[in-house]
Write a protein that binds this ligand. Sequence first.
Ligand SMILES: Nc1ncnc2c1ncn2[C@@H]1O[C@H](COP(=O)(O)OP(=O)(O)OP(=O)(O)O)[C@@H](O)[C@H]1O
Ligand SMILES: [Mg+2]
Length: 254
Amino acid sequence: MSLLEVQDLSKRFGGLKAVDHVSFSVQEGSIKALIGPNGAGKTTLFNLLSGVLTSDSGTIRFNNSAIHTLQPYQVAAKGMSRTFQHIRLFTHMSALENIMIGRHIHTRAGFLSGMMALPWTKKEEHAARARSLEIMAFLGIADFAETEATSLAYGQQRTLEIARALACEPKLLLLDEPAAGLNMRETAEMARLISRIRDTGVTVLLVEHDMSLVMNISDEIVVLSYGQKIADDKPLAIQKNPEVIRIYLGEDDA
Ligand SMILES: Nc1ncnc2c1ncn2[C@@H]1O[C@H](COP(=O)(O)OP(=O)(O)OP(=O)(O)O)[C@@H](O)[C@H]1O
Ligand SMILES: [Mg+2]
């Protein structure tokens, strides 16, 4: 069953077709990768999926409902959460607090009632804290719960961003370049981590330039070039696809 179905999606910035009639689907329980040269439209596509940008045309169906007219918080509430290409953590807050903010949409206590400290909010905060620590332990960063988020090592900050996204208990997790800036060992660790997340039942769509990571863990790969989809297949077929080889050779002799 496909959890996400993108049909004929387009987005222009002035005269530039950043996403140009793109269609693809993501099967529930799979890891799908979205690759392509710089400027291919990958992040723009993520912004469309998560409601940060509104498409010019096309449809996005997620978990059997149309989401392309929704606001980001509504998309998140439906079970899609994401990380960003450039790390976005709150400064002057601990790693744990950063995760609890991500969890906020799952607690009954909204922002206002939280500030009024209604009796049941304490209980919910306690549960949110426990679940956040559980997620940190699962990702191997529980030791840093009380550490200021922005003082963590770069790789730990990337993992913390994933923890925050997981705190929304998503069905679909969008990861925009989770291995960017990581060394080889950290990248291999990140690959294992993403596979383990999928094994818990979370479907993953990831943008990534590191081909070893992409080829190792993806069930399927979509290739974008200048906003257009040029391939959508299993890793081995993608590696042999002449059009894909051409755009990558043209880029940097990869
Ligand atoms: N808000 C914007 N306004 C105008 N142009 C934009 C905007 N966002 C992206 N673009 C342009 O759209 C194209 C696609 O950009 P996008 O960031 O989606 O690429 P990408 O595939 O994520 O690239 P990278 O691998 O470098 O992250 C680029 O030409 C970019 O300059
Ligand atoms: Mg990008």
